[in-house]
Design a protein around this ligand. Structure first.
Ligand code: PLP
Length: 385
């Protein structure tokens, strides 16, 4: 099996396995004051340091990290936690993009029902429309939530510039970045990003599923601009109640500790595989949807009138795993908003595949992918335009 769907999820790395095995030997509740509880708490704090170090740029001095059950929950904490922190809503405008992951877009749809005004900045061709952003700054902004790397097209948005413009006009605006697809794939620190809140997810970086984190700047914590979304026993310093998933969190820390020191070389290798794949699929007459700026692990292609699912199942029968959309939207019957926002027609979106690379992929995997795609092109029935 050749796995080329790392944007959906990644296999556990050795660092995560080892850390989880160690954590499995400790069953204590981190809130307990006895020795077994303290052991569990130590594991949590070690993982917190490891993930913070992965964020780099002395993130530990500028903010705090709160573990959650997934990236989706971290984003809910960021968005609902900011929206409801302000009792008096002088500003109720929230700026976002038109191609966010559903964890952001669906949460904002709820906030819209509650009276918040949502302004979506277009991302045609994979770039933020800065003129539209400037126009959206005509009224005070409560919150901006923009993803770093699009999970379908691999577009790396210039979130830094967008947040800089927003803060220049409204220094009190809270900035949130969904960095789930960008963490350990593209260089940034909380400072360079200009984000007050950053969403991370473990299973995209070779940690287990079911663990995420929200980075929160000290400025936001001090000003009490964020209120908890899950309330109860007061775990995670009151910011996220519920007994912590110690094993998963330890795995997250172990994975980040293993990946961080090798990141430059691994990403360079991924980028070279990606560009080789891009060159070869273009030569086959397949369109490549290359954003203005892209992450090194995602290649998004549109097949010539072959339904993506037909090709996906064919490739799967040849031992190749790719995706016809993000894993979370693969059950949806409508074309992906992110692809339409990119500029694809509904027909093109229906004929598109995402190939997402990981650290274990090799040049021979790209050979196999190209052989599989060529065989598919030769054998599969084309649909009418
Ligand atoms: N944000 C982006 C960009 C994603 O790609 C995903 C998962 O695919 C998420 C958020 C949600 O993360 P999780 O699966 O940990 O809830």
């Amino acid at each position: 099996m050749i796995y080329l769907d790392h944007s959906a999820t990644t296999p556990l790395c050795e660092g995560a396995r080892q850390a989880m095995a160690e954590a499995m030997a400790c069953f204590g509740n981190p809130s307990s004051l006895h020795a077994e509880g303290l052991r569990a708490q130590k594991l949590l704090e070690q993982a917190r340091r490891q993930v913070m170090q992965g964020l780099g740029g002395h993130a530990e001095r500028q903010g705090e990290l709160f573990f959650t059950s997934c990236g989706t929950e971290a984003t809910s904490l960021a968005l609902f936690g900011t929206a409801y922190a302000k009792k008096r809503r002088e500003a109720c405008r929230i700026i976002t993009t038109d191609s966010e992951h559903p964890s952001v877009s669906q949460a904002l749809a709820r906030l819209s029902e509650d009276g918040f005004e949502i302004v979506r900045i277009p991302t045609r061709g994979g770039a933020l429309d800065m003129a539209a952003l400037n126009a959206a700054l005509d009224k005070p902004v409560l919150l901006a939530s923009m993803m770093m790397v699009n999970n379908e097209t691999g577009a790396r948005y210039d979130v830094e510039e967008a947040f800089r413009r927003i803060k220049a006009k409204y220094p009190e605006a809270v900035t949130h970045c969904d960095a789930v697809q960008g963490f350990l794939k593209t260089p940034f620190t909380p400072m360079t990003l200009g984000a007050d809140l950053i969403t991370l997810s473990g299973h995209k970086v070779h940690a287990p599923k079911g663990v995420g984190a929200l980075y929160v700047s000290k400025k936001i914590l001090t000003a009490k601009r964020l209120v908890p979304f899950l309330v109860g026993g007061g775990q995670e310093r009151g910011m996220r109640s519920g007994t912590e998933n110690v094993i998963g969190i330890a795995g997250f820390g172990g994975a980040v500790a293993e990946l961080s020191p090798r990141i430059k070389e691994e990403l360079a290798a991924m980028e070279s595989l990606r560009s080789e794949a891009e060159r070869r699929v273009r030569d086959m007459g397949i369109a490549v949807n290359t954003p203005v700026c892209h992450a090194p692990h995602i290649l998004h292609i549109t097949l010539p009138h072959i339904k993506s699912e037909t090709m996906l199942h064919f490739l799967s029968s040849e031992g190749l795993c790719v995706s016809s959309g993000s894993a979370c939207s693969s059950h949806a019957s409508h074309p992906s908003d992110a692809l339409l926002s990119f500029g694809l027609s509904a027909h093109e979106a229906d004929c598109s595949l995402r190939i997402s690379l990981g650290r274990e992929n090799t040049p021979s995997d790209i050979d196999a992918l190209c052989r599989g795609l060529q065989a598919g092109l030769d054998r599969l029935v084309r649909i009418k335009h």
